[in-house]
Each structure stands twice: as structure tokens, then as C-alpha cells.
Design a binder for this molecule. Structure first.
Ligand code: CP
Length: 302
């Protein structure tokens, strides 16, 4: 693995397995909190977020601190970006303060890759435009593997705004590397046909019932209104055709799990009954976000 983490596509199965196995060591037991370690004592991590975040930014900060590192979080609105400073100048300024890694989220696909070519500091991609969100796919895999012995042979239905979803792309790369069958489902306006070529074992459908039938995992996606420049689907109709409701769960495997990267929009992507049901592992995903990000930071910095 190169220093930093820019995407799942470039990782090998061995890289991914090493992170997922190590993340298991960091998972808390019972009602305990995440344990403290000294593994990264003296290291400094900067979280630089140009887009809103609750889960990713907070869990990276907690992960760094639980490993003994110092962590500083900066948002674009509270930085000199709001005064017109360019991305490169902002990153060079932060690099001059000698952090050991920069965790970055940006609305432009490829922004962290561009910076990784210009800076010697490891860059971790915390979500770039519609391209990749690698630590989300890693925590999703950890969550599935907490419920299943292996990813191979699983049917994973990813449903919603596929076109704008970096979560979908990173999950397709990861799941297909491990032999899962990924079904991408959404309205035609949000499901570009070329996504079938993203990896082997990927199929596309506009029919939600078809996607869910026999599924081991149902992964719902947020409708990313901030990336839709024109209405691609009337808002009122979305839930009727692509919102997950209790009756859909009868079509999936009996022990199927429901996932969502968050933030969830109840009544648009899924009903409250489903979000709060026994099948929902949405909060386990959040918890695994800390464990997986501890494993990633340790691998990059220790
Ligand atoms: N899943 C995810 O990236 O959530 P946040 O936008 O809250 O970080």
C-alpha cells in the first residue's frame, strides 16, 4: 500500500484484509468505549473538510486520538478558503505546520490524488466528489463481515442515487475484489449504464424488487441533492419507487441486513420502521467507522 489512502480501486485484497483484520482488534466489547493506545504518540493528523460531515470527520478525529495522536479539524467555512485561498495554497500552508497526515474531503473528484502528487505528506481520501470514499467501503465490509463469514458469493443490492455516489463506487471496487455479486439499482436518470463496466460481477436494474430478491445485504444510498444540478426524479415519487419499506424485506434472504452510509433521510430513502428495525446495522456501521479508521491511521503512520 502506498503512503496514504486515495481509493479502494488501487488496493489489493491483501491490503484490504489487513485493514479489516486489524480493525477487529480495535472494536469495543460490550458497552465499553474504544480503548486508548500509544501507537501514534507524538504524531499529528489534520482533518481538512471542504464538505459537510458528521460521521467521517468525527470518527477520524476519535480514531487519531484513541491511537495517541494529536488531531486538528478544519472546515472550509472556518478556514481562509472562505477568503479566496486556493486549494494548493491551503494545503501548502498546512503542510508547513508539519502534520504527519492530512485527511481530506473535497467536492472535486480527484482532488486528493492531485494533492498527493504535490505533497510529501500522506493524504487520506475522506470522500472526493462522486469518485471514492474508501474508508466508508472498508467500514461497510467490516460491518458485513461481523454478520457473515465471507464476502464471496454474497448478493449485495446497492439502491438509490448511484450516479452521484462515491460510496457506491468504493463498495463496488471492494466487494467485486472479494467475489460478491453487486446489483446497482436506481431510477434510470441516476443509474448510468457504464457503471456495469466498473468491475466484474456488477449488474444493473431499475426494478427495486428485482434488486432486493435474494439479497444478503441491502445498502441504501442518500439522494445527493447537492450534486444534482437539475431535478432528475420528482422528490415526491422517489420514496414510492425507491424507498425501502418493511414489505420489501420479505423479498431478501431471511437474515438479510440493511445498511446506509448516512446521513439517512427517513421517508425518502427508507422508512423509519426499516431504519429502526432489527435488520438495520446503520449504527454498527458508524461504530465500525472508528475501528476501521484506527486501522487505516495505524497502517499509514505507525
Ligand atoms: N457516511 C458519511 O460519509 O457520512 P458523513 O458525511 O456524515 O461523514
Amino acid at each position: 500500500m502506498r503512503p496514504g489512502l486515495l481509493g479502494i480501486e488501487a488496493l489489493s485484497r491483501e491490503d484490504i484484509e489487513a485493514i479489516l483484520t486489524r480493525a477487529k482488534d480495535f472494536q469495543p466489547h460490550g458497552g465499553e468505549s474504544f480503548k486508548r493506545f500509544d501507537i501514534l504518540r507524538g504524531r499529528m493528523v489534520v482533518n481538512l473538510f471542504f464538505e459537510a460531515s458528521t460521521r467521517t470527520r468525527t470518527s477520524f478525529e476519535i480514531a487519531a486520538k484513541r491511537l495517541g495522536a494529536d488531531a486538528v479539524s478544519i472546515t472550509a467555512s472556518s478556514s481562509s478558503v472562505s477568503k479566496g485561498e486556493s486549494l494548493v495554497d491551503t494545503l501548502n500552508t498546512l503542510a508547513a505546520m508539519r502534520p504527519d497526515a492530512i485527511i481530506m474531503r473535497h467536492s472535486a473528484s480527484g482532488a486528493p490524488h492531485f494533492l498527493a502528487r504535490h505533497l510529501a505528506i500522506p493524504i487520506v481520501n475522506a470522500g472526493d466528489g462522486t469518485h471514492e470514499h474508501p474508508t466508508q467501503a472498508l467500514l461497510d465490509a467490516r460491518t458485513i463481515l461481523d454478520q457473515r463469514p465471507a464476502l464471496e458469493g454474497l448478493r449485495v443490492a446497492i439502491i438509490g442515487d448511484i450516479e452521484h455516489s462515491r460510496v457506491a463506487r468504493s463498495n463496488v471496487h471492494l466487494l467485486s475484489k472479494f467475489g460478491a455479486h453487486v446489483v446497482l439499482c436506481g431510477p434510470a436518470s441516476l443509474l448510468p449504464r457504464e457503471l456495469a463496466n466498473l468491475a466484474s460481477g456488477v449488474t444493473l436494474t431499475n426494478d427495486m424488487a428485482e434488486a432486493i430478491t435474494g439479497a444478503d445485504v441491502i445498502m441504501m444510498l442518500r439522494v445527493q441533492l447537492e450534486r444534482q444540478h437539475e431535478a432528475t426524479f420528482p422528490a415526491g415519487e422517489y420514496f414510492r419507487f425507491y424507498g425501502l419499506r418493511l414489505e420489501h424485506l420479505q423479498l431478501a434472504k431471511q437474515d438479510a441486513i440493511v445498511m446506509h452510509p448516512g446521513p439517512i433521510n427517513r421517508g425518502r430513502e427508507l422508512s423509519s420502521e426499516v431504519a429502526d428495525s432489527q435488520k438495520s446495522v446503520i449504527l454498527s456501521q458508524v461504530e465500525n467507522g472508528v475501528a476501521v479508521r484506527m486501522a487505516v491511521l495505524e497502517k499509514i503512520l505507525a
